[in-house]
Design a protein around this ligand. Structure first.
Ligand code: DVN
Length: 256
């Protein structure tokens, strides 16, 4: 029988070991298990096949040489479906929008679709000469990295089915809320086409003291990029007004 002091020390060591093992297991959980678990929340898809098609885009390749087009077969295997008047895009406002969407289920973001959901906030890459999928230490700085290329390709396909009144949430906390080099500015906005898309409603949300408003010069650039025949509007909101909207009834009704 150990002395009280020894027992306490052994107990603490045991707990620490348990925490280290748990963290190690969770961190090294294969990406596939997360992908499949999330995929199975969407009935009607062959998740094993989708995983296999996904891997073909990057496994065995230089992680700086995975272009957007490498994901074409994956997009074809799980095409995006239009959700007219309910599609929400965002830029520099990911957390704000994801919180909103949890409360306001009627809107659809890319991250709520099958492909957006299975890979949301994950990292992955392959390596030449290896059949492995790596989760960590994947380079993100090079242009054609597997993760960035996926989000650009998925965003393009999601924007290609945008229809009706489209909403985009931008940040009033920054001096240039519309960034033409962002995915929204360089890929999604260009794919909004009339008559499929009737209007683009910008919601400019400020969490702190607003640094920009709907008269911001960057919105001139946005409107120049917007295709003909699409009505443009911009509404300024504080974060609390935006969140009050999210508690409104389950219609994608006119909060803005
Ligand atoms: O409309 C959104 C959404 O559809 C998304 O797919 O693209 C638009 C947001 O991209 P953005 O306009 O470039 O917005 P940000 O806030 O400037 O940058 C978000 C960045 O996070 C993207 O540029 C992606 O960066 P990356 O991977 O190329 O270095 C990345 N990203 C986008 N959606 C993501 C994501 N990262 C993790 N999970 C997601 N769902």
């Amino acid at each position: 029988m150990c002395s009280r002091r020894t027992c306490v020390i052994l107990g603490v060591i045991g707990v620490l070991l348990g925490v280290i093992i748990t963290v190690t297991v969770v961190l090294t959980l294969p990406l596939k298990r997360t992908f499949i678990r999330r995929c199975e929340l969407f009935p009607g898809y062959d998740c094993e096949n989708l995983w296999s098609v996904f891997q073909q885009a990057y496994v065995g390749k230089d992680p700086c040489n995975v272009p957007m087009e490498a994901y074409d077969p994956l997009i074809a295997a799980a095409p995006f479906k239009p959700a007219c008047n309910r599609m929400m895009f965002w830029s520099k406002t990911k957390d704000l929008v994801q919180d909103f969407i949890k409360k306001r289920g009627c809107f659809l973001t890319l991250e709520k679709t099958l492909l957006g959901s299975v890979l949301d906030d994950l990292s992955w890459c392959g390596e030449e000469g290896s059949s492995e999928t790596f989760k960590r230490f994947c380079r993100r700085k090079c242009e054609n990295n597997p993760v960035g290329s996926f989000w650009r390709r998925a965003s393009a396909a999601f924007a290609d089915v945008a229809c009706g009144d489209v909403t985009t949430v931008l940040s009033g906390d920054i001096e240039t809320p519309f960034d033409p080099k962002s995915i929204f500015g360089s890929i999604e906005l260009k794919r909004f086409k009339s008559p499929r898309v009737r209007s683009l409603k910008i919601v400019l949300v400020s969490r702190k003291k607003a640094l920009s408003n709907c008269m911001n010069p960057s919105f001139q650039d946005l409107q120049k990029e917007l295709g003909p025949g699409i009505t443009y509007s911009c509404t300024e909101m504080t974060e609390s007004q935006f969140n009050e909207c999210s508690s409104a009834p389950e219609t994608c009704g006119p909060c803005w």
